[in-house]
Design a protein around this ligand. Structure first.
Ligand SMILES: [Zn+2]
Ligand SMILES: [Zn+2]
Length: 206
């Protein structure tokens, strides 16, 4: 009993030490991977046509530049989903579970089952005028509660409801979200220290 082997003791301690170190490394690694998951940044394409006219989103107020991406905005509705650089067919999604309703609310629009509200007008689905939401080629009800998935294509059509017209409007949407998925946003929006490896490592350790 008393005779604990002098040689196994250090070995035991070494084994414990290695175990602890491996445990810590594993834990940090796991947290790092999970933290990485939170760094959402993907894109979708969309367009709104009202009575044959495409909404151009000309005002600068529709677009976010540096501000919405800065730390003081982090967690705000604007930082979660927005447009950049006067590109009016690309939605930038920076958070989990962002809906089309969130996006349109940010730009002062509203997308209901039978009512479309633009910045200055209200359009009601009422014969002969029809309000159609075409998401990835499929007619759906209101898109307000639908999560914006990467490379989604949304057409909001208000007007004749004519299939040919809807098809040509859909065709007019540049489907370039995949290309944007490969790129950083302007300014600090996606390339900031936020998502940087060392920042994430520090977050994972602390
Ligand atoms: Zn983006
Ligand atoms: Zn952005």
């Amino acid at each position: 009993m008393e005779k604990i082997d002098q040689k196994t003791c250090p070995k035991l301690w070494l084994a414990v030490l290695v175990g602890v170190v491996l445990g810590i490394v594993g834990l940090v690694g796991l947290r790092l991977v999970m933290a990485d998951d939170h760094a959402v940044h993907h894109h979708a394409n969309f367009a709104i046509f009202v009575n044959g006219e495409r909404e151009q989103f000309e005002s600068f107020t529709y677009y976010e530049e540096v501000q919405a991406c800065s730390d003081e905005y982090s967690g705000s509705p604007l930082s979660r989903v927005h447009m950049h650089d006067y590109v009016s067919n690309v939605v930038h999604v920076h958070d989990q579970a962002v809906t089309w309703g969130n996006f349109f609310e940010n730009i002062g629009f509203s997308v209901g089952d039978s009512v479309l509200e633009t910045a200055d007008e209200v359009f009601v689905d009422d014969q002969p005028e029809e309000l159609v939401y075409l998401l990835n080629g499929e007619r759906v009800g209101s898109v307000a509660n639908r999560v914006i998935n990467s490379e989604d294509v949304l057409l909001v059509h208000y007007g004749s409801g004519d299939e040919d017209e809807i098809a040509s409007q859909l065709e007019a949407i540049d489907q370039d979200a995949a290309g944007y998925n490969e790129r950083d946003d302007p300014s600090s929006c996606s390339g900031s220290g936020h998502d940087g490896f060392w920042h994430r490592l520090r977050e994972a350790v602390i």
